[in-house]
Design a protein around this ligand. Structure first.
Ligand SMILES: Nc1ncnc2c1ncn2[C@@H]1O[C@H](COP(=O)(O)OP(=O)(O)OP(=O)(O)O)[C@@H](O)[C@H]1O
Ligand SMILES: [Mg+2]
Length: 442
């Protein structure tokens, strides 16, 4: 691919050369035309300078010898030649008058002839001679343009080089940076034409910076959150090692299992969250049936619900409810919401998953009759590692952060409201209608 510099130079230089060629051709044609007219005028003047009735005697005294390139001849009324300027190149006396061209003696001639009662005066000039002079005059007129070519070319070279300097400056400014220097480029240092690029780069720096900060915070939080369960595990292990009583040992090992399960769950949630920043894994390219998704997730959690004797059911208003999405992410999202509903609802409670089409949007609604979430906590529960105090359940505090990411990815909105029965939470996720162009059904 050509560089901008090459394209500019090529475009401007060829434009300049084409213009100069056209100007040269026009100038050449004009000079030729004018020289021709001048020669014709000269021929006419020579003819007119002869006396009206020349005799042979007069001709000897008349010095009308205009040079070897022009032949002047005079004939009297009996067509007897009374004068010739160049006997070696005599031409016949033509019948025509005025300007005309003839071939004589193998050469092309331009003739001018005038006839009066007494005589015919005819002057002839070799066309080759005229053309030679015309050509040399026309070429001389082109000299200024030929001098102009290198002058204009150097000017174009200089101006193009100077105009592209801001790009080189930008490339240098970016090239000199280290991987972690993400401060904005100085906008005053660049021309207005460069501003869209400079602004776009600055905006990108800002996004990369905030994403790096988020990653750093995430890693720090993750390390902190992992340290506690691992320390507890180690402590529990040390305790178990010292136990001798069989009953005590059994309960100690059970606790060890529980702690290990919690640590494993935390790692799993962290991995899901980390994977969400990978754009390739988050492609929204499938046509997904929301009723089918709801039934699958309810199936996944039926055992957990059974353990707490919770009535877990699905209610689908119509089967034809499809959205465009990523099936794995949506399953993780709904799974986390249903998991919360079961986990934070007391034994013998009720959890309902329903899929609705309200005419404007499709919604998945998960309602429970559990402890609900205080209004003051509803904003913060989507933050990473945030947990409502006193829920009595163990968890990593990452479930709803994952839910929020998946909802954002699908352009869905989340609404938390109180359950109509007094206690409990209604968790509504609403999706826009999708048009399914180039989408595979799932
Ligand atoms: N249906 C619900 N009823 C009552 N409280 C809820 C409900 N859903 C979430 N919460 C509260 O919101 C907090 C955050 O939930 P989130 O799912 O993010 O974390 P978690 O359940 O503690 O951990 P994880 O889901 O990663 O195991 C929970 O600790 C819980 O207190
Ligand atoms: Mg949860």
């Amino acid at each position: 691919m050509r560089t901008i510099r090459q394209q500019l130079l090529l475009g401007l230089m060829s434009g300049m050369v084409i213009t100069i060629i056209v100007v040269c051709i026009c100038s050449y044609l004009k000079v030729r035309h004018e020289t021709n007219e001048l020669f014709d005028y000269q021929l006419k003047q020579i003819v007119r300078s002869f006396p009206a009735n020349m005799s042979l005697q007069q001709s000897e005294t008349t010095d009308k010898h205009p040079g070897k390139k022009i032949v002047v001849q005079v004939w009297n009324k009996d067509r007897v030649m009374v004068f010739t300027s160049n006997p070696a190149k005599n031409l016949p006396c033509y019948e025509k008058t005025g300007f005309f061209e003839v071939i004589a003696g193998g050469n092309a001639w331009r003739i001018y002839s005038e006839e009066s009662n007494q005589q015919v005066v005819q002057v002839g000039q070799l066309i080759l001679d005229r053309e030679k002079i015309e050509l040399s005059l026309a070429l001389r007129s082109l000299i200024p343009f030929l001098i102009l070519i290198p002058v204009l070319a150097s000017l174009i070279w200089f101006v193009v080089g100077r105009s592209l300097q801001p790009l080189t400056k930008l490339a240098n400014a970016l090239g000199e940076r280290s991987a972690d220097s993400l401060q904005a480029l100085e906008t005053q240092a660049y021309t207005p034409e460069m501003m869209p690029i400079v602004n776009a780069i600055n905006a990108l720096f800002l996004r990369v910076d905030s994403s790096i900060q988020l990653q750093k915070m995430f890693v720090a939080d993750a390390a902190h959150e992992l340290r506690t369960p691992l320390a507890a595990l180690k402590l529990q292990l040390q305790l178990v090692e010292r136990m001798t009583d069989e009953e005590e040992l059994k309960s100690g090992i059970k606790k060890l299992h529980e702690r290990l399960n919690r640590a494993t769950h935390l790692v799993q949630q962290l991995l899901i969250l980390a994977r969400q920043s990978d754009a390739d894994e988050q492609k929204i390219d499938r046509k997904i049936s929301l009723p089918k998704l709801a039934r699958q997730v309810v199936g996944d959690f039926s055992l957990l619900a059974e353990n707490k004797n919770i009535d877990l059911g699905v209610d689908v208003s119509e089967e034809d409810i499809f959205i465009q999405g990523n099936i794995d992410s949506l399953r993780v999202m709904l799974g986390n919401v249903v998991d919360n509903a079961i986990r934070y609802t007391a034994n013998n409670g009720r959890v309902d998953v329903s899929v609705k089409n309200d005419g404007n949007r499709f919604s998945i609604i998960v309602s429970d009759n559990g402890m609900g979430i205080p209004v003051t906590d509803r904003e913060r529960i989507f933050d990473r590692f945030y947990r409502v105090e006193g829920s009595g359940e163990s968890g990593s505090g990452l479930g709803l952060a994952i839910v929020k990411n998946v909802a954002e990815l699908h352009g869905a909105t989340i609404l938390l409201s109180d359950a109509p029965g007094g206690t409990g939470l209604v968790f509504t996720i609403s999706f826009e209608f999708s048009d399914f162009n180039n989408v595979e059904q799932c």
